[in-house]
Structure formats: C-alpha cells, structure tokens
Design a protein around this ligand. Structure first.
Ligand code: F6P
Length: 319
C-alpha cells in the first residue's frame, strides 16, 4: 500500500480534524503518501484531491468542524456517481481509503469495498448512534456543549421560576439528550426510544412545584418531535408558563473535548494500520477502552439502543 486517502462525510463532528491528523501522520510515519479528499463523496466524484504532508495537519487538532469539509452526496448514491468515484480513485492511484463519518457514510464505504476498494470507517457523529462502537467522535463535545447551555438556562430558569424545554439534536437517537440531561440534572428527559407519557411529565412537574421547586428543565431529543409541540401538549394538561430553547447546530461546533481528540487519534491511527495490514470493510470502533475492527456489514442499519438503566437512573435522581 503506497497511497492512503481520507475523507469526512455527513454531518460534521468536533474531533474530525483530530482523526484526519491521525490518519495523515500514521500514513506518513509508515512511509506512505497521504491524500485528503474535499467535501466527502462529492469531492471523490469530482476528483477534489489534495496531497497532505505533516505540516498540512498541524494546528488542527483543537479545531471543530473538518478542514476537508463535508457533504451529503446524493450523486454518490447513483450508479454513475459510483463509477466516477471509482475512476477518481484509479486516476489518483489510491490504494486505501479512510471514511470518517456516520451510518450513511459507512453505507458508501461498503459499496466501495464491494468494488474492491479497501476502505476502513471511523465513526464520527454527535448522535452517538452507530452500532458496534461505545463512542463516536464528537459526541462527548456535544454533550458538554449541551451541558454548558443547560447550566446557563438553569440560572435564568431559577431566577424567573420557569419551566424550560431544551431541544437537542440526535436525529432518531436519544443518546445526546440522555447524557446531557443526566449530567445537567434535568427533571425529565424525552427520548425517541421511549414513548412520551405527558401525564407523567405533568405529574413530575407538579410534584416538584408542590415541594417548593420553582424551576424545571426538560430535555427533548429532536427525534421525539419539536419542543414547541411538546410545550403545547404539556400546556393542554396544565397551565404552566414554559419557555423553549432549541440548541440545534450549536451542538455541532466548538473545540473538541480531550475525549474526542483522544478517541479520534486512536481510531484514525488504527484505521491506517488496518489498511496497512491488508484489512478492509471494517469500522475502527471503541469497545471498552480499546479500538477494534468491526465488519461494516455487522453495524450498518442496526439501531444502537440507549442505555435504559441510565434513563431510569436520571428519572430516579430527578425525583
Ligand atoms: O447527524 C448529525 C446531525 O447533526 C443530527 O443530529 C441532525 O438531525 C442532523 O445532523 C442535521 O443535519 P443538517 O446539518 O443537514 O441539518
């Protein structure tokens, strides 16, 4: 293997730059050439390649986003798109590819593997919804960003004696809401994995009010629906004054946490070593404290459930 390329695809996640840096430096350390592909699969189709040397990944480990940029490419889903991508790989003499992204990006990775391109996936998404890995790059930072917002909102919620609904991203997964809510002491955490019981939410709020509690914070995972709809449904049952904050894309930005930089560095380096060992069609995932290679076909499309124990615990601790 002489030339290894890396691309970032799907929604960006803090720590992607640390993963690119690890891929590039491990590649060069092993005497190979490193290539960056801009704008994910879209850049692969367009042949938007750039040679990366040791210096080109200096000063990026602390930056959010991805300096290679990212995209969700519809074109790559087509037969023609894949043929063009394959042609770019051939022209640029790419021997192996590291795809940093989420489930959708890994589907693309698998398709390339089936066309005999050696590919390794590195899981990166703030949603932490990829089966087979305990953690995805970006999740820890997003939890901490949400936590910072919860802390700030709690200050004003306490001063004004208000109920706040805080909506967080996560697509169809409740991981981000769950961990931010547990860490932030949320009174209720609404996740798409568990049916929302509005009677119970109101009972909990009323129980708090009855014991003199004058403010409450409820985390709403976007997969449950809009927090404004949740507000309306609660107000159909009780006449509470409720404010809504949607954190949205703020959760995707910011300097990556130490955890995200560390797992990104480990996974990126591991992915290159897998390629150098002649492996393909795997994800470099975190299991316990170790990075392991997991077949992409075992993880794609599988639902990674939330930790029900933690969800129950959050409910008990917010009693
Ligand atoms: O998958 C990451 C994510 O941020 C989800 O949490 C969210 O639902 C989605 O991407 C938003 O995508 P976009 O940036 O395209 O609006």
């Amino acid at each position: 293997m002489k030339k290894i390329a890396v691309l970032t695809s799907g929604g960006d996640a803090p720590g992607m730059n640390a993963a690119i840096r690890a891929v590039v430096r491990t590649t060069i350390y092993n005497g190979c050439e490193a290539v960056g592909i801009k704008r994910g699969y879209a850049g692969l189709i367009d042949g938007d390649f750039t040679k990366l040397d040791l210096g080109s990944v200096a000063d990026i480990i602390q930056r959010g986003g991805t300096f290679l940029h990212t995209a969700r490419s519809e074109e790559f889903m087509t037969k023609e798109g894949k043929e063009e991508a394959l042609e770019s790989i051939r022209i640029h003499k790419i021997d192996g590819l590291v795809v940093v992204g989420g489930d959708g990006s890994f589907r693309g990775a698998r398709e390339l593997c089936e066309l005999n391109v050696p590919v390794i996936g590195v899981p990166a998404t703030i949603d932490n919804d990829i089966f087979g890995t305990d953690l995805t790059i970006g999740f820890d930072t997003a939890v901490n960003t949400a936590l910072d917002a919860i802390n700030r909102i709690r200050d004003t919620a306490t001063s004004h004696e208000r109920i706040f609904l805080i909506e967080v991203m996560g697509r169809n997964s409740g991981w981000l809401a769950l961990e931010a809510g547990l860490a932030g002491g949320a009174e209720s955490i609404l996740v798409p994995e568990t049916p929302v019981d509005y009677e119970t939410i109101v009972k909990r709020l009323q129980r708090g009010l009855d014991r003199g509690k004058r403010h409450s914070i409820i985390l709403v995972a976007e997969g449950v629906g809009s927090a404004f709809d949740v507000k309306r449904k609660i107000q159909e049952l009780a006449d509470y004054d409720i404010r809504v904050t949607v954190l949205g894309h703020t959760l995707r930005g910011g300097t990556p946490s130490a955890t995200d930089r560390i797992i990104a560095s480990k996974m990126g380096a591991f992915a290159v070593n897998l390629l150098l060992d002649g492996k393909t069609d795997l994800m470099a995932g975190m299991v316990g404290n170790h990075v392991v290679g997991i077949p992409l076909q075992e993880i794609i499309g599988k639902k990674k459930g939330i930790d029900e124990y933690v969800h129950n615990l959050a409910g008990i601790l917010a009693i």
